[in-house]
Design a protein. Structure first.
Length: 116
């Protein structure tokens, strides 16, 4: 009985290790594999290096990605980090939307004589 109780902490550590590290990592690998298998022509993607582009061609394990008009590179499917199937909003459009034009900004004054 004492032998079984002395093994209990080791078994508990193994179970906790499995629950906190191995299980989430395998789930994440499975999701990444599903994402990469579902890639298709026309998808806007971000590569693991942070480069944005649009898929213009697909083979078994490689993709042709257009970075700019006339600039096409070949990458492996595993290099795709995320997919945006909505082609209406590009990263450049989102960056410009975040900044208000100067004409529409409310006026603020920093006059030290102004009452607070």
């Amino acid at each position: 009985m004492e032998d079984a109780l002395s093994l209990l902490p080791i078994v508990a550590i193994a179970v906790i290790f499995w629950l906190l590290i191995i299980r989430p990592a395998s789930r994440q690998r499975k999701q990444a594999a599903e994402l990469q298998a579902a890639l298709g022509v026309g998808d806007d993607i971000m590569l693991t290096s942070g480069i944005f582009g649009t898929i213009v061609g697909a083979a078994d394990d490689h993709l042709q990605v257009e970075l700019a008009p006339g600039v096409v590179i070949r990458v492996v499917r595993g290099a795709v980090a995320s997919v945006s199937r909505d082609a209406a909003a590009t990263p450049a459009d989102e960056a410009t939307d975040a900044v208000e034009p100067a004409a529409e900004r409310p006026e603020t004054t920093t006059d030290p004589d102004e009452e607070r």
